[in-house]
Write a protein that binds this ligand. Structure first.
Ligand code: ADP
Length: 407
């Protein structure tokens, strides 16, 4: 007889008996795949593909509960184009009902059910007709919901479908939980490693200060360096904390109507002293009309600050940074270009990894290798993309393409 991993045994064994043999085989293959990766995105994609196929549906989606904010957020969907930060209300949505009751739910006519949250259909232009939703439960907690949408051919989902999707959800919940825990533990280890260097410098400075033969000028210089290092450490920990929040999905993103022409002008004014210190000029190429975007103003500022300050820091005296804001095909396009030294092709692939810095530039400017990783997380949050175009000795352009939301 086919063996399912431990997690699947938490399902009532008589339920497993009810699963068709070919579905059981499919579930086993999936469970092996799920156990072989800790990449959350890859896991979620595997689960929704399997859910769509196993239940013969048009589409499937996963909503996950954010640990701190308690928000229920779309994490992945097949056949539907979703903005990455789409949240559904706990009270007043089918998924919210499933989380609250910890039970599967079958709806033959979703539109007629008062629990259905119309907001998703409005944003995605996808019509949900029938639905089977099951809770994702692990370690005694509901962490989200797996939904199969629009049963093909037949009108309704069968008891077979419910059992099969529950078996898939049991395995998926364990794998998702593990991937999230792994992301966190990995990050903690890397942060500890990064903190070693400044802490070591401070320890050395303290040891040097204790020496009796120290001259007052030397003492003053060591104190100045220690102070500088302490400031760097404070900034570094602040940035690490922010990154950890973004990485774990605990960061809060406001949804407000933001006017980007004014916001960009304000950010540029903030960066003017840095640009002057590096003898780099800042050029703006902005729309004449106000440009509205639904999102979080402070996160958009952070994105701009990181990209423009990099264009300044990694530039030569007399260099130039241009910030261009346009829109096309429902997307806002922000391009930050510089005429600095450029980035070698092999490094371009690694730029958005946390703590990555170009090897030959270490120590040349202040930085911790988190700026671009943060930019990428922000763009991801809005379901956008970031592109790099760079040529050695000519310069670099970072282009963010972000879908514009209508409400
Ligand atoms: P940080 O600037 O804190 O080191 P980032 O994540 O912002 O971290 O950038 C990672 C690395 O990419 C930088 O250390 C730098 O080597 C390189 N880089 C970023 N932007 C540019 C740019 N505009 N031109 C050249 N190199 C860049």
């Amino acid at each position: 007889m086919l063996q399912l991993p431990d997690s699947a045994h938490r399902l009532d064994p008589s339920l497993l008996d009810a699963i068709q043999p070919e579905h059981l085989r499919h579930l086993l293959t999936i469970s092996i795949l799920l156990n072989s990766t800790l990449d959350l995105k890859q896991l979620l994609d595997l689960v929704i593909d399997a859910a769509t196929e196993l239940t013969d549906s048009e589409s499937a989606s996963i909503l996950l509960l954010e640990p701190v904010t308690g928000k229920l957020k779309f994490a992945a969907a097949s056949g539907i184009s979703l903005p990455a930060d789409l949240v559904v209300p706990m009270a007043g949505s089918v998924a919210g009902w499933i989380v609250e009751h910890g039970q599967p739910l079958v709806l033959d006519d979703v539109q007629a059910d008062e629990r259905h949250y119309q907001g998703v259909d409005l944003i995605t232009h996808f019509v949900t007709r029938s639905l089977l939703g099951v809770p994702l439960t692990t370690r005694g907690r509901v962490i989200g919901v797996l939904e199969a949408i629009n049963k093909q051919g037949e009108i309704t989902y069968t008891p077979q479908d419910i059992v099969t999707l529950r078996a898939l959800a049991t395995q998926a919940a364990v794998a998702i939980d593990n991937a999230r825990l792994f992301q966190q533990s990995d990050l903690v280890a890397e942060i500890m490693h990064e903190l070693q260097t400044p802490l070591m410098s401070l320890t050395n400075a303290m040891a040097a200060l204790g020496r009796p033969e120290l001259q007052p000028v030397e003492e003053a210089e060591i104190l100045r360096l220690a102070h500088q290092e302490l400031q760097r450490l404070t900034e570094m920990t602040r940035e690490m904390l922010d990154f950890a929040r973004l990485e774990s999905g605990r960061a809060f993103f406001d949804r407000e109507r933001v006017e980007l022409v004014q916001l960009t002008t304000d950010v540029l004014a903030m960066l003017r002293p840095l640009a002057d210190a590096h003898h780099v000029s800042l050029d703006l190429d902005l729309p004449v009309q106000p440009f509205f975007f639904i999102g979080d103003a402070s996160r958009f500022k952070q994105l701009l600050l990181n990209l423009v300050s990099n264009g300044v820091k990694y530039n030569r005296p007399g260099g130039r940074v241009t910030i261009k804001l346009t829109q096309a095909a429902g997307q806002l396009i922000l391009a930050v270009s510089d005429n600095g030294p450029g980035i070698p092709a092999e490094a371009q692939e690694r730029l958005f990894e946390r703590f990555y810095r170009l090897p030959d530039r270490e120590g040349f400017t202040d930085g911790y290798g988190l700026g671009l990783a943060i930019v990428k997380r922000i763009v991801d949050e809005y379901g956008g993309q970031i592109q790099v175009d760079s040529q050695l000795d000519l310069g670099t352009t970072f282009r963010c393409l972000i879908p514009i939301r209508s409400e």
